[in-house]
Ligand binder design. Structure first.
Ligand SMILES: [Zn+2]
Length: 342
């Protein structure tokens, strides 16, 4: 293990852009598949690892949907959520805003109340037993259109769970204009939720402007194409609207050609508050620590620079002030002790 890899592995972190179902690792899928022997998912560990090896975007969707198919009752949801927290805790993630898509489960027959109870139960257990604090972002699956938006808004504003802090919009961007979701974001924001839509991943900077204007985005999921518009970069920097950057995911979805072509450095040099995240880590054969290592390489960072990146995520999070101060102090103390040993 190189020095910086070891530094990253032990660094206390916050994760702001990671999907609930998209975090199901082969280990977790094997546990779920064992509960449902009739499923088509391979159960032999080697076959399962191969199934998970990213080939192209269509294969990613296939893997994703096969996990969705394994979530058949509230206990499956609870198991997935708790085990995702375990994988986060192993990477020294102390706090995560997990993007959850309730519509995927409620549209398959799990009652909303049972779904919410399952994730909340897992959240409490994860905090108590694993030391990782989870908060929810409920997102509209854009490809499912306005009925999904209505259902997601109803669940998020009806009897929202205590862990819910924000409202999102995921799925494809092409053919799914952001402004049509304005009424739903208006309702979510009025009920006290933060606005964190995906935008500018597979479409141009105009989608980011739409997310800022119509959806009142406080943070942008990806925002990769923002670098094509200097005025937009300036706006993001001036208003300190953070970008949730997920380098490996951006390559997998062909938002960028390869890691070397990733515009991370341009974002940072423009003064944008950049955070590093993992999106759907096992499905893109990555994890948060790997994404930090990639960012460190692209930005030529040393340990202090990597710690600053971790602090960015804390600043960009929706944690309360004491929570932020505590995690920033933990990051600083870790850096100091690392530097003393070096
Ligand atoms: Zn995402």
């Amino acid at each position: 293990m190189s020095d910086l890899t070891a530094f990253i592995a032990g660094l206390p972190k916050a994760e702001l852009h990671v999907h609930h179902v998209g975090s199901a690792s082969p280990r977790i899928v094997a546990e779920l598949a064992a509960r449902h022997p009739d499923s088509q998912v391979p159960r032999d560990p080697a076959a399962l690892r191969e199934f998970f090896t990213f080939t192209d975007f269509a294969h990613f969707i296939e893997v994703y949907l096969s996990v969705v198919d394994l979530l058949r009752d509230a206990e499956d949801v609870r198991l997935l959520t708790y085990e995702v927290a375990r994988d986060l805790a192993r990477q020294q993630v102390r706090y995560a805003e997990l993007t959850v898509t309730p519509f995927s489960s409620t549209s398959r027959g799990i009652p909303a109340a049972a779904f919410l109870e399952a994730i909340e139960d897992a959240r409490h257990a994860a905090e108590r037993e694993l030391g990782v604090v989870l908060r929810w972002i409920f997102d509209i699956p854009g490809e499912a259109g306005l009925p999904a938006a209505e259902e997601t808004t109803r669940i998020a504003t009806g009897t929202p769970p205590d862990g819910l802090i924000a409202f999102g919009l995921g799925g494809p961007e092409i053919g799914v204009p952001r402004p049509q979701f304005k009424p739903y974001f208006d309702r979510a924001i009025a009920s006290g939720l933060h606005s964190v839509p995906h935008a500018g991943e597979t479409t141009g900077p105009e989608t980011v402007w739409d997310a800022l204007g119509s959806l009142r985005a406080e943070r942008i999921g990806h925002g990769t194409s923002a670098v094509q518009d200097p005025q937009l970069l300036h706006h993001l920097a001036e208003h300190q609207i953070p970008l949730e950057v997920c380098p490996t995911s951006n390559v997998a979805t062909r938002a960028v050609d390869d890691l070397e072509a990733h515009p991370l450095r341009e974002m940072v040099e423009a003064g944008v508050l950049v955070t590093v995240n993992s999106d759907d880590p096992p499905m893109f054969s990555t994890d948060l620590n790997t994404e930090y290592a990639i960012a460190a390489r692209l930005l030529s960072l040393d340990a202090a620079g990597i710690a600053a990146l971790a602090r960015n995520a804390v600043r960009a999070s929706f944690m309360d002030k004491p929570g932020k101060a505590e995690l920033e102090d933990e990051i600083d103390a870790y850096l100091t002790s690392w530097q003393r040993q070096a």
